[in-house]
Each structure stands twice: as structure tokens, then as C-alpha cells.
Design a protein around this ligand. Sequence first.
Ligand SMILES: Cc1cc2nc3c(=O)[nH]c(=O)nc-3n(C[C@H](O)[C@H](O)[C@H](O)COP(=O)(O)OP(=O)(O)OC[C@H]3O[C@@H](n4cnc5c(N)ncnc54)[C@H](O)[C@@H]3O)c2cc1C
Length: 485
Amino acid sequence: MATPPLPRDRLERVWAWGGAQSAMSWVYRPSTLDGVHEALALARAHDLTVGLRGAGRSYGDASLNDEQVCLDLSRMRRILDWDPVGGVVTVEPGVTIGQLWQYVIEDGWWPYVVPGTMFVTIGGAAAMNIHGKNNWKVGPIGDHIREFDLLLPTGEVRRCNRSENSELFHAAIGGFGMLGVFLRLTLELKKVHSGLLAVEAMAFDDLHGVFGCWEERMDAADYLVGWIDAFPGGAHRGRGLVHQANYLAPGDDPNVRETLRVEAQELPATLAGVVPKSIMWRFMQPFMNDVGMRVVNAAKFHSSRFQNHQTYRQSHAGFAFLLDYVPDWKRSYGRGGLIQYQSFVPVEHAEAVFRAQLHLARRRGLTPYLGVFKRHRPDPFLMTHAVDGYSLALDFKVTASRRRPLWALAAELDRIVVDAGGRFYFAKDSTLGRQSLERYLAEERVARFLALKRECDPEGLLETNLYRRLFARHPGAPRRAPSVR
Ligand SMILES: Cc1cc2nc3c(=O)[nH]c(=O)nc-3n(C[C@H](O)[C@H](O)[C@H](O)COP(=O)(O)OP(=O)(O)OC[C@H]3O[C@@H](n4cnc5c(N)ncnc54)[C@H](O)[C@@H]3O)c2cc1C
């Protein structure tokens, strides 16, 4: 008997977070394990592949699966176990970073690693092995995951930790949802003695100054993050602001009970006490062009100079989730959306590479509107994006006419990065080609990863647009069984 078609009301347009790509998919949002099994079985019965999705906060096509099934795990969001003495938590994959910190902070804990937005899920964060503004100090989130249960497409659930299924542990973290579905993850958290951080802001006239700041402060800082103004050339190329933050020691905060409350962390609902933040992106929209952003960035840089080396106290959430201050800010980029280009370059070449990138982008008339600068360290995960070096993340506006030159620019930037021994990050990527991938990721890493994929997912059931773009035609990729086209 023929399998009945998948219901039309499951068909949805699913967007990449940056809004520059989308896909039509049959979307399933189970709240239980049975629901996950059902979605996998349905896909198999219809000869479709399954792309896993958390909160859809990856900038590009990492959680898109065009004309196939999208398995959205954001409704599996229960906190399963919490030890407020040891700071160890077990969660379902759809629990967000926001939900997590709000649950634990009053007991004096904070996640070791958080990204620039609190809306990502723990499953999505583990699948990309996210890093924070403290990556050189504490590593990526995977370094703080004790264990997880992974549902393989074969139906088997494997418990993975550093001693049991250790190879799979180190490959599924950072494995961009290609080896199995995280069902349950256990994380260790960081003890904090205040709801506040001690923050210092610094301004630098050029990229060299920004680099110097890291070299000088890395040992003493808990967090360091740089904002780069990509517009000026010449002597001011790569000028920027750096924020350092440090935890407070026990006893430093006289109001610790109060500052550890969720209410003390929340980002304000209005800007300057008047403008509702929900409409702020509309005010930003007229400035989202080359002239507007040149002026906005210059104003930001020069006004910050007045606060150079001033220190103040700021909540953990206020410091960590700066990008959440203006909800929906990406909409200010307009209908074409944005892409982010983030490259990771070893220390010895980083300054020259980032200088060359900023120069080339300007020369091509495609200056990025935002640049974010961080320090990293190597980690033991198979598909790691980290290096002993720095990353620069550049946000580019996409329009119909800019799309082609932007992708061409990205290919030029890739060559500079790869020649310097650099890497890329699938959570941010939209543009990488197979050739660049093959040059930057050692062939034995790719081969090992695809061997694990053949073992965990012999039919090749798990796929996304990103996977097809970069890996599917690799000779080591699982051959789809006849029942899975
Ligand atoms: C404003 C903003 C700021 C950001 N800042 C940072 C930053 O500072 N550092 C950083 O590292 N990243 C950052 N990111 C990127 C973001 O942290 C990652 O893309 C993260 O993976 C998004 O999580 P998600 O829940 O939205 O997952 P999605 O984007 O939906 O999916 C990400 C990947 O996880 C897989 N996946 C999802 N759920 C599961 C599951 N249960 N089991 C297995 N695989 C699964 C998907 O297939 C996909 O490959 C930022 C993103 C935004 C939008």
C-alpha cells in the first residue's frame, strides 16, 4: 500500500537566523521521545532526510533542510535534574541558555560558556560547540559537558562521556547534528559570588592596539571582547573598543542576595526609559547603509573615548547578551538579511590576516557593518573550529545586487585564511565552498567524521543544507540506502 503523503499543514518556510537563506520543510516539533521517533519514522517512510533544529539561531543554513523534514527540538525543554550544591544540571536539548541561567543564578551559578544571545538551545549549542567571550580561558561549551544521551538514526540511544563512547562524545559535540539527536545533556556550571561583573571599557586607534590589549590582559581577564569599526582605512584600520570583565571575589558584593536575583539581571524593556525596545530596529533601519553605518560607528567609537579605562559593574546577562538588547535587530538589515563571516586564525598570522580582510572588503565596496573580535584556544573536539589564536566576525548586509559580489569576496577571504592555517565555524557560515573546506580541515579529520557518520547513520538520514553543501559528495559520506533518496 502506498504511504499517504505528508500533511500539507506541516509545510513551513524555515529561515536561517540571518534571513539571507530559507527552506520549505515539513516541520515536526515533538515534546517527547516518542514524538522524535515518530518524526524519524515518517521521514524514512517518505524517503526524506531529517535536519535537526534548535532555536534556529545559526546565521546560515546549518539547520535548514530544503524540501525535506525539519525536526525542531525546541519544545523538549525540561530541566531534568539540578544539584545546587555541586552546580551540575541535566537538561533536555531544547532548554535555552536563557532558561538555564534564569534557573540557576539565584543558587550562585552561571553557565561557563554563553554566546552573544541567550536564545540558543543547549542541543544547538552542543552541536556547534559554541564559544564565549572567555574561549581562551575556559574552552568551548563541550569542555563543560559531562555527558549526554545521543539518539542515533538507527534507533539506538548511546550514553557518551569522556570514558564511555569517548570518540563519539568528542565528535557529536561540534558534529552539527549529523551523528544523532541529543536527548539529554549534563553540564557543569561556574560558581559566582555576585550577580555583577567588574567591567572596563577601552578604546584603541588601530588594530595593533586591539591586539596589544589582549596580549597585555589575557592572563588577568575573565572575559575580553572587541568591537571593530571596519570603515576607517590607513592608520586607523581596525580601530575598536575592548571590554574586559572579571568575576567579583567572595565578599566584594555587599548586595549579593539582590544582584543574584533574576530581576536584577533582566535587560531593560525600554531604551533610555522611554522607547520600547521592540520597535528599536525600525529606528535603526534608515542607518543600515554604508553612509549611515560609517557615521554610527564613528559616533560610537568617539563617544566611547570619553569613557576610556572607566570601570563599572554590570550584570552577567547585561554583559553577555549585548546583542539581545534590541530585539529583532537583524530586521533593520532589510529584506535581504545579513551573513556573518567569522574566521579563526593562529596568533602569528592573525593581525596580518584581519588587516588584509578589512582592506579587501573595503576595496570591494562591501564594508562590514559590525566586527567582533575574540581570543581562542585549541580544544579536543573532532570538528573543532578553534585555534590558538583570534577570530574576527564580520556582519555583511545582503541585498539582491550585493549577493554575488559578497560570495565572491568571501571566497577571496577564505583563501587568505586558509593560507594562514585558519579555520571556519559552521554556526556562522553561509558561503564556504567544498574546496576551502578540504584545504582547512585535515583530510583525516573529515574521514574520521564520515566514518562515524556511516556507523551512526548508515542510511544517511540526517542531513542539512550545510551538510549537502560541504560534505555530501565526499567519497566517504554514507551512501543513501534505496529507501532514503
Ligand atoms: C546574535 C547571535 C550571537 C551569537 N553569538 C555567538 C557566540 O558568541 N559564540 C558562538 O559560538 N555562537 C554564537 N552564535 C551562534 C549560535 O550560538 C549557534 O549557531 C548555536 O548553535 C545556535 O543554537 P540553536 O539552538 O539556535 O541551534 P540551531 O541553529 O537551530 O542549530 C544548530 C545546529 O545544531 C543542530 N542541532 C540542534 N538541536 C540538536 C539536537 N538536539 N541534537 C543534535 N543536533 C542538534 C542543528 O542540526 C544545527 O546543525 C550567535 C548567534 C546569534 C544569532
